[in-house]
Design a protein. Structure first.
Length: 462
């Protein structure tokens, strides 16, 4: 049971594919063919367990939003409250409830935060029975205002992190343990492919490494040809585990929505996924609209400049494109591609660093033709808001003008990918490959390749 639990935990982590492959090898070793073992060992030989130092500089967890523990404790202290120790400082509903319970103490209306018009004056405080000095009242009023604003920022950070995960691996982090444990082969594919999807971007002027590699293919093939003998050896001593040896295509569809996978789902499950991805697209569109309105992004070139929140934009754009791909896949799997004649959301381009663009041009490259399409089609959030219309005919028109195949490029149809060769996970410092993990840690600490002021490695020599 512990082995499958540890595999499930990796869905919310950023473990290296080598280390997840090692976990899978230990779980499946007795049920792998010699060829399957050889494929898996391409990764396991680089696992931390099998390397001399057993160390990586790469963070193995996603960032988490910081809750409001400090603010709530200060509020409890200032208001001299009792019996408030059961509050979950990281739970949005608990925080909201706390604010709603405390605000009436000084007759503050939640959300009314205008310092000039929403505070009570001396006469109003007396009328409400508040025996507080102006200074004491203002202190408590400001404290609650800050707490409300902190909750707004906290919610936004949670949403940004959620979208970052969606952009990397779809919905795999939402698969609960009971669903995950139903079939071992499915669980192994999901866990490994999830780790591949979570790989960081490399600083390059070429395309990024594809997530679906030869090990992913081998594990998916086991799901296609699963038999009772392939998992019985693992389950025989695990009385508490369900002995369901059928591939869990529903769980797999949370991270991998190929037509082959979706064809194994019921129309009910496909419809559920379609509704879920449509809702996610709308939420992402709202955040994109907010970022766009606050940034002076050069739509013509999509080259980042000072003042652009490129990290948030790129993470959110990645989430949009991942959600859009899944939405498109399900539309076709349901035979509902006629929807695109009415509404066909466009892709969202990421911001590019000027040095990457210059590097690309210096090697004979040109502006990505997708940028031309992006410049002409309506912005996705404007389509959701009903301000603009965007359909298949319009997208095809601009793809043809830019010399881009609208189907193979994924603008109007599911994208078809190949199988990448497995390559060892590099140690990265802001996208730059560093050969040694200890050196990578030192360079990160001193802000090398970050675009910020570097801290000298040996300041005494300067």
């Amino acid at each position: 049971m512990k082995a499958i639990e540890n595999l499930h935990k990796t869905l919310r982590q950023r473990k290296r594919p080598e280390d997840v492959a090692q976990m899978i090898f230990e779980v499946l070793e007795g049920n792998l063919s010699s060829s399957e073992k050889n494929i898996l060992k391409k990764a396991t030989k680089g696992s931390l367990k099998n390397t001399f130092f057993g160390y990586t500089s790469m963070m193995q967890e996603f960032v988490t939003a910081i809750g409001v523990k400090k603010q709530i404790k200060k509020t409890i202290e200032i208001f001299k409250l009792d019996n408030k120790e059961s509050i979950d400082y990281d739970n949005v509903d608990d925080i909201k409830k706390f604010i709603e319970e405390v605000s009436p103490i000084i007759n503050k209306v939640v959300g009314a935060n205008n310092f000039l018009s929403d505070r009570l004056n001396k006469e109003q405080r007396k009328e409400k029975g508040l025996d507080l000095s102006k200074r004491s009242y203002n202190k408590k009023w400001r404290l609650l205002k800050r707490l409300e604003n902190k909750l707004i920022r906290y919610r936004r950070e949670i949403k940004k992190i959620e979208f970052q995960k969606v952009g990397k691996h779809g919905l795999s982090h939402t698969i609960d343990f009971e669903e995950f444990r139903k079939d071992l082969n499915s669980a192994c594919f999901i866990a490994y492919y999830n780790s591949r999807c979570n790989l960081r971007s490399v600083f390059t002027n070429t395309s990024q490494e594809r997530a679906f590699d030869e090990i992913s293919q081998m594990l998916l093939n086991r799901c296609k040809g699963v038999s009772s003998s392939s998992v019985l050896g693992f389950f025989k001593n695990e009385a508490k585990l369900e002995r369901n040896n059928e591939t869990n295509w529903w769980a797999i569809s949370h991270i991998y929505t190929s037509q082959e996978v979706l064809n194994n789902l019921s129309d009910k499950h496909k419809g559920e996924l379609l509704g879920r991805w449509t809702g996610i697209l709308q939420e992402i569109a709202d955040l994109l609209a907010e970022i766009w309105s606050k940034s002076d992004i050069n739509r013509q070139t999509m080259i980042v400049k000072r003042g652009n929140d490129s990290t948030t934009w790129n993470n959110t754009a990645g989430a949009w494109n991942k959600a859009r791909d899944n939405w498109m896949n399900i539309v076709y799997a349901l035979g509902m591609n006629y929807i695109l004649d009415e509404i066909c959301f466009g892709k969202v381009l990421r911001l590019m660093a000027a040095d990457v663009v210059a590097w690309h041009h210096s090697t004979g490259g040109k502006l990505d033709p997708n940028t031309e399409i992006w410049n002409k089609i309506p912005l996705p959030w404007e389509v959701f808001q009903g301000k603009e219309n965007c359909n298949k005919e319009l997208v095809v028109k601009y793809c043809n003008q830019a010399g881009v195949n609208p189907e193979k490029s994924g603008w109007i149809a599911p994208r078809v990918h190949g199988v990448a060769e497995f390559k060892p996970t590099p140690e990265l410092v802001h996208g730059v490959t560093v050969s040694n993990p200890y050196l990578a840690t030192v360079l990160k600490k001193h802000k090398y390749f970050s675009g910020k002021n570097v801290k000298p490695l040996f300041p005494e020599r300067n």
